[in-house]
Design a protein around this ligand. Structure first.
Ligand code: PMP
Length: 399
């Protein structure tokens, strides 16, 4: 889409594939495995209306006013508490509150990259990150992952290959826990190696961790940030553990990034919604948040099992399905020669939708793959969705 009034940058922004499939998923009777939305019923938001009314009545001068550019002080303290549950020790000074972690990613991209620069990211990666990088004219080089996450050898080879072309990546973007879209986590044993490789190559890391607390069992792996707080920028969010509509996320920034990030954020939005920040603060201060999040994670675990447990025996020979240990997603790779976009037509006939894999790559990969989101439907519907997908696979395979 070009127009004489539009700049070159305007063509870099792409429509969200999840939103494209959204229309289909709204059709009556459809089982949607498309959107990665949290189920708000699991967030226990019943207290929120009263808390909002109370905040406006008692602290209206604060919560309806412009607020601090770095974030509401009491919320930054609450973020430090959430991060400690995520296994990261951080100081309040390091926290920049943003309107969702999406904005943090956008601002950091502006601060680290010029148009034409290169970023490394897992292949596949988060579509919303691809949107940010595309809009900023940043070239994405995918690094291969396997069932243990990003592969250190592939990272090394990619950096060397790019060096041969005179290109030094300006950052690595990674989602080490319960990755979107694959559901895979980075093995504990690979973490220090990945940080070491990046440090040696002079490449900062953007560690995006919106799903870290939604683990299905014991989960005790070091964050990349804890391995090198001056190299790793950490992104967190209340979207998956409380409510994405509040638009409250954060970056935990190395010292060199704090001031530029604050100024960039002030220039973009002045401050994040103070009322939303107060509600996120109340969620943490209420003290029950850990139980709420654990109960939500246990329900997401049941949903993952309902979908993947039913689907697995229905898969054709040669197909591979990931086994997530947390988060919202699993990822299916179809046999050689199959197409997930082609399968989607059969799936829609069976009244089930998913997001085809090509959307999660900046290059031409992902043709045989697709993402399954189990976060929003209940286990019975997911079981039914898996059966429908099984029928779609059978009809596509015999067509
Ligand atoms: N990173 C990842 C990996 C995500 O999945 C999402 C949301 N889908 C975001 C960032 C953005 O989250 P927020 O709502 O905090 O902007």
């Amino acid at each position: 889409m070009s127009h004489p009034f539009l700049s070159d940058a305007a063509v870099g922004f792409l429509p969200s594939p999840v939103r494209d499939v959204w229309e289909l998923s709204m059709q009556p009777g459809m089982v949607s495995l498309a959107g990665g939305n949290p189920d708000l019923r699991l967030s226990d938001t019943g207290w929120m209306a009263e808390a909002a009314a109370r905040a406006i009545t008692d602290q209206g001068d604060e919560v309806l006013q412009y607020g601090s550019g770095t974030g509401f002080a009491a919320l930054r303290e609450a973020v430090v508490e959430v991060m400690s549950a995520e296994g990261v020790s951080a100081s309040t000074d390091s926290i920049q509150v943003t309107a969702g972690s999406q904005l943090a990613l956008d601002l950091i991209t502006k601060l680290l990259f010029a148009r034409g620069d290169t970023i490394l990211a897992e292949g596949p990666t988060y579509v919303g990150a691809l949107g940010v990088f595309g809009g900023a004219g940043v070239r994405v080089e995918h690094v291969e992952m396997d069932d243990d996450g990003l592969q250190p050898d592939a990272l090394r080879e990619t950096i060397d290959r790019l060096a041969g072309q005179g290109r030094r990546p300006r950052a690595l973007y990674t989602i080490p826990n319960f990755h979107n879209p694959t559901g895979v986590s980075l093995a504990a044993g690979r973490r220090a190696e990945i940080v070491d490789i990046c440090r040696a190559a002079g490449i900062p890391i953007i560690e995006d961790n919106p799903y870290g607390l939604l683990s299905f069992g014991e989960y005790d792996v070091p964050s990349l940030h804890s391995l090198d707080p001056e190299l790793v920028i950490y992104l967190g969010s209340f979207s998956k553990i409380l409510a994405p509509g509040l638009r409250v996320g954060w970056a935990c920034a190395p010292t060199w990034l704090r001031r530029p990030l604050q100024l960039a954020s002030e220039s973009a939005v002045i401050c994040a919604s103070v009322l939303s920040q107060e509600l996120a603060r109340s969620f943490v201060a209420g003290g029950r948040w850990r139980d709420t999040v654990s109960a939500a994670a246990a329900e997401y675990a049941r949903r993952a099992e309902a979908l993947n447990g039913t689907l697995r025996p229905l898969l054709p020979a040669g197909a591979e399905l990931t086994t997530p240990a947390g988060g919202f997603f699993s990822w299916l790779t179809l046999p050689e020669g199959w197409s997930s976009a082609g399968l989607l037509d059969h799936a829609v006939d069976e009244q089930v939708v998913f997001v085809p894999g090509a959307s999660f790559y900046a290059d031409d990969d992902g043709e045989r793959q697709f993402r399954l989101a189990y976060s929003l439907e209940n286990p019975l519907r997911l079981d039914e969705g898996a059966r429908r997908l099984g029928r779609a696979l059978a009809s596509y395979g015999s067509a």
